[in-house]
Design a protein around this ligand. Structure first.
Ligand SMILES: [Fe+2]
Length: 445
């Protein structure tokens, strides 16, 4: 590729962002080190992989899952599969009709993949979920028996206490935000429209033991940008930055829009919270990877996010803000067993110039340590998997795909979360390059 051609090719179609064009299946992959024998299941990760080879934006490509199955210390298989969406198979299908109707069975399902109530769901925030088999075959759109009337965020939250799945949908048209709750057995049991200031982009949210937390932030829908095929959102200096706390409904007690307490915060944008919880004084604490601005007309996407804390006092209505770190991070994750509960440890991808690492935060001590992959290896989001019977929060492993620049190849890497700076516990060379993607899950057997 010439310099000129490279310059003209957008970043999301170059290097390890470029899509792969083959669906590969490989069995009994070689393992360096030892895969912990307790690990029995599949690590699945979603990402944008435009089948045509082109997409207008990184976030717009067709969803592709890269999966690896582990059993008895073996890497049983690797597979990559496009999610067989209507967007993929019916190129003329349009989500928004000429009459303004919205068809949420259409979408690229490219952002996350989660397990809940026995189903594996590929997610994109514009649309309904798409159910997949454990071998990554597409089963089809899942709309909760026709009850789902909004899109579903790619970042639902499973409450570790109740097993419920909490999520929301947002859109260009009113209601701009809808909160949904699914029972542990997979039945949609609550849908509440929530008032936000306008058609804001809401990528993620949080829960605590007793609350649901929404972000109403100044990246808003832009009709003119939508017409050009670009990401239809831009920063708006006139739009407020607010965080809303809604009590969770239990039993006969149902809470909705009228019960949301809003807190004004400094202008910012957040794709991903790390976690939220209630502290011993009943305050609602939310840790996020916070951008000071995003998609301003005169700026671009290179702004960095850093770990930031909002502490919301439900009695006084006041919020305290504090920076927890100044490092550039994204893709924060914690142990799934502590979603909504107080976590001591959090993990994130850190990048600075050519240094690439996975950082582990100790939020109790304020310290952090990192596994430095150096200049030539680039890790993606790391998923924490606990050791069975573990009593320490960080007793388990971190899993991710790592891209190796010199060989233009990828591996699956397992780190010891309790000793993240140490050499990987195991790594598996993959039969093809895994493009940089978004989010993944460990789906245990
Ligand atoms: Fe995300």
């Amino acid at each position: 590729m010439t310099d000129t051609a490279e310059t003209k090719t957008p970043f999301h179609l170059r290097g390890n962002y470029a899509p792969v064009m083959e669906e590969v299946t490989a069995f009994d992959l070689g393992v360096q080190g030892t895969i912990p024998p307790e690990l029995s299941g599949r690590y699945l990760r979603n990402g944008a992989n435009p089948k045509s080879g082109w997409s207008p934006h990184w976030f717009a490509g067709d969803g592709m899952i890269h999966g690896i199955e582990l059993r008895d210390s073996n890497a049983q298989w690797y597979r990559n599969r496009w999610v067989q969406t209507r967007s993929l198979n019916e190129p003329k299908a349009r989500m928004i009709g000429d009459d303004g109707s919205v068809d949420r069975t259409i979408g690229v399902s490219n952002t996350h993949i989660v397990g809940h109530a026995g189903k594996i769901l590929a997610l994109v925030e514009s649309s309904f979920p798409c159910e997949l088999s454990p071998e990554l075959e597409t089963i089809g759109v899942h709309d909760y028996d026709g009850k789902l009337n909004s899109a579903m965020t790619a970042h639902p939250k499973r409450c570790p206490i109740t097993g419920e799945l909490h999520f929301f949908g947002y859109g260009f048209f009113e209601p701009y935000l809808t909160y949904n709750r699914v029972s542990a057995s997979g039945e949609l049991v609550q849908s509440e429209p929530i008032d936000v200031t306008g058609p804001t982009m809401i990528h993620d949210f949080s829960i605590t033991e007793n609350h649901v937390i929404f972000m109403d932030l100044p990246v808003v829908f832009d009709f003119d940008k939508a017409m050009t095929g670009d990401m239809p959102y831009r920063w708006d200096d006139d739009y407020p930055s607010r965080v809303g706390v809604l009590p969770r409904s239990t039993g006969a007690k149902t809470f909705g829009n009228a019960h949301v307490t809003w807190f004004d915060v400094d202008p910012c944008y957040v794709f991903h919270p790390m976690n939220s919880f209630e502290d011993t004084d009943g305050r609602v604490v939310m840790d996020t990877a916070r951008y000071l601005e995003l998609w301003r007309e005169d700026a671009n996407f290179t702004n960095h996010a850093a770990l930031h804390r909002w502490t919301m006092d439900m009695t006084s209505g006041k919020v305290a803000e504090s920076a927890l770190d100044d490092r550039s991070i994204e893709f924060p994750r914690i142990a799934e067993s502590l979603v909504g509960l107080e976590n001591r440890f959090g993990y994130a991808v850190a990048s600075f110039e050519d240094e690439n690492s996975l950082v582990k935060y100790d939020l109790q001590s304020g310290a952090s340590v990192a596994h430095d992959f150096g200049r030539e290896q680039i890790p993606g989001e790391a998923v924490f998997v606990p050791r069975e019977g573990a009593t320490n929060e960080d007793d388990g492993w971190l899993m991710t795909y790592v891209f190796d620049k010199p060989t233009n190849s990828s591996s699956f890497v397992v780190l010891n979360a309790a000793d993240i700076t140490g050499a990987p516990v195991a790594s598996v060379q993959l039969p093809q390059r895994v493009p940089f993607g978004f989010h993944g899950s460990w789906i245990a057997d």
